[in-house]
Design a protein around this ligand. Structure first.
Ligand code: NAD
Length: 261
């Protein structure tokens, strides 16, 4: 039997055009939610919305760069004008770039911090007053196992993702009195375009093809495989559901046991 936990609810997803964000949009749509699709990749974002429509729900497609300070507020206004509420925010917009720290220029650092951490902060900040007023809602931020463990040649990415964990904990404390939850998930290597691009670049650093690097990562994982995006979407949906109302401030490793090992 298919779950229909979010009928008529409103879910705002950043990074909805591709990868984990796209599959998460489809998962919420399948369960009856209206979806605000937020991304800078307009063509792919439109495709997400069109795929969501097959579940007979409504969408809004909004071009918004999460690093632009004023845009999150504008997005929230548009979403409220259409549906009058926001039940769930998923912050999936993100980018991986890495290099040994001696090669990381200030601009490289700033770019990743801006997208992964500041972008998440700006969208959390814009949505929080709405959820406080409603006295209900869920925020799910996408961190990474890189935010919890040590990775070489990843200073800006690891710092941004550890920052998302700290941000989420603090937001959770601010929202707890209102019955609103904020959690993060920390994905392991998940087969999206991002990870395929990363594999090619990082593999080259070690004299491997992208596929060889992915095979090595799968072999390093206790479950001996990489994740599929829908395995992230399922946990995100749980964190937005009625079954998780007493769960807040957590950063859940969805990584096949990688951090444990
Ligand atoms: N794929 C993995 O293995 C993996 C592992 C751990 C964490 N993550 C995290 O999961 C999230 C999603 O990753 P993914 O693999 O689906 O990546 P992806 O590249 O497939 O999707 C990321 C989306 O974010 C959008 N985006 C990038 N910069 C943006 C900006 N400034 N404003 C608005 N949108 C922007 C992109 O256009 C894209 O649609 C990211 O935060 C990533 O760091 C991914």
């Amino acid at each position: 039997m298919k779950l229909r936990r979010f009928t008529g609810q409103v879910v705002l997803i950043t990074g909805s055009a591709n990868g984990i964000g796209k599959v998460t949009a489809l998962r919420f749509a399948e369960e009856g939610a209206h979806i605000a699709c937020i991304d800078i990749d307009d063509k792919a974002n439109q495709d997400t919305a069109e795929k969501c429509h097959k579940f007979d729900i409504e969408t809004l497609v909004i071009h918004s760069d999460v690093t632009e300070a004023d845009e999150a507020g504008q997005t929230v206004k548009e979403v409220l004008a259409k549906w009058g509420r926001i039940d769930t925010l998923v912050c999936s917009a993100g980018l991986y770039e890495g290099a040994p720290i001696v090669e990381v220029e200030f601009e490289d650092w700033q770019k990743i911090i801006d997208i992964n951490l500041t972008g998440t902060f700006l969208y959390n900040k814009a949505v929080v007053p709405v959820m406080i007023k409603q006295r209900s809602g869920s925020i799910v931020n996408i961190s990474s196992m890189a935010g919890k463990t040590s990775w070489e040649a990843s200073s800006q990415y690891s710092a941004s993702k550890s920052g998302v964990i700290g941000l989420t904990r603090s937001v959770a404390m601010d929202l707890a009195p209102y019955g609103v939850t904020a959690n993060a998930i920390c994905p392991g290597n998940t087969l999206t375009d991002m990870v395929k691009g990363v594999a090619a670049k990082v593999g080259a650093r070690y004299g491997m093809t992208g596929q060889e690097w992915l095979d090595m990562r799968a072999n390093d994982c206790p479950m001996k495989r990489l994740a599929q995006p829908w395995e992230m979407a399922g946990v995100i949906a749980f964190l937005a559901s009625k079954d998780s109302r007493y769960l807040t401030g957590q950063s859940i490793e969805v990584d096949g046991g990688m951090v444990l090992s």
